[in-house]
Design a protein around this ligand. Structure first.
Ligand code: APR
Length: 248
């Protein structure tokens, strides 16, 4: 799995950027989006549930779905991949996690340096639009503005949080290794992050049980699950980890 040249690079690395996607949380029991059968978008219409228009049309339906996802994420536990990345953050001078995930599992694993590109499921924010009274009945409201609240996640067609992408790209330019873990690398602008690394001469390691849009361009494309492969990368980097945290 981890060849000599990758091992050498891992040992020399002091500044990592890890882009993560839904695949990192799959082994915590949270379904990915585009898995053919199990993926959320195979069973739900993203235009209905993950757009502002869909929310304004059916706010209760969207809130019910996010409530279910919140409960699922709250019940889930960080897995060995989340924990290994948190360890890496503790040990390395620079180790930044740039996640597309909204489940907060990186932070629950102890990671402090996390850029949430797509927001966070466990936060709300008020909408600016006024909903007709009959549609807005019983919806959560902002205590300050009285406006209807929505989940603080990025829906299709919406801008990412201000500065998030710029922060991620500038971190890449000074990094010496980029990991792309558990993402299909199709959703922009996140999918351009590993490509920016390659354009800047920064090596890219992909971890995914399947091939993706990125696989042929990555310097290493490791076929395996995140919870299996990320701890191996940590071990190969020979950083002195507290064994017990990894074995939990
Ligand atoms: N370990 C590593 N990778 C895995 C695992 C695992 N255990 N299980 C599945 N994968 C891989 C799949 O092969 C797939 O390539 O994770 C990837 C998940 O891809 P998507 O479901 O497309 O999720 P992601 O790339 O995070 O989606 C990006 O799209 O729907 C929007 O906003 C949503 O943040 C999301 C964005």
């Amino acid at each position: 799995m981890i060849d000599k040249s990758l091992q050498q690079l891992l040992r020399q690395t002091s500044n990592i950027v890890a882009l993560t996607g839904a695949g990192v949380s799959a082994e915590s029991g949270i379904p990915t989006f585009r898995d053919a059968q199990q993926g959320m978008w195979a069973n739900f219409d993203p235009m209905e549930l993950a757009t502002l228009e869909g929310f304004l049309r059916q706010p209760h339906k969207v809130w019910d779905w996010y409530q279910q996802r919140r409960e699922m994420a709250a019940k889930a536990q960080p897995n060995a991949a989340h924990l290994a990345l948190a360890e890496w953050q503790e040990q390395l001078e620079q180790c930044l996690i740039v996640t597309q995930n909204v489940d907060g599992l990186h932070q629950r694993a102890g990671s402090l340096h996390v850029i949430e590109l797509h927001g966070n499921l466990h936060r709300d924010r008020p909408i600016s639009q006024q909903l007709p009274a009959e549609k807005a009945a019983d919806l959560p409201r902002c205590p300050e503005t009285g406006n209807v609240l929505r989940p603080d996640v990025v829906w299709f067609g919406e801008m990412l949080p201000e500065g998030a992408m710029e922060q991620a790209l500038s971190a890449i330019e000074v990094s010496d290794l980029v990991l792309s873990i558990g993402t299909s690398a199709v959703v922009q602008p996140a999918a351009s992050i590993p490509l920016h690394a390659l354009e800047n001469g920064v090596p890219v390691v992909e971890i995914n049980p399947e091939t993706t849009e990125l696989s042929s361009a990555a310097d290493w494309s490791l076929r395996g699950s995140a919870a299996d492969v990320v701890p191996q990368l940590v071990a190969a980097a020979q950083l002195h980890y507290s064994r017990d945290r990894l074995s939990r």
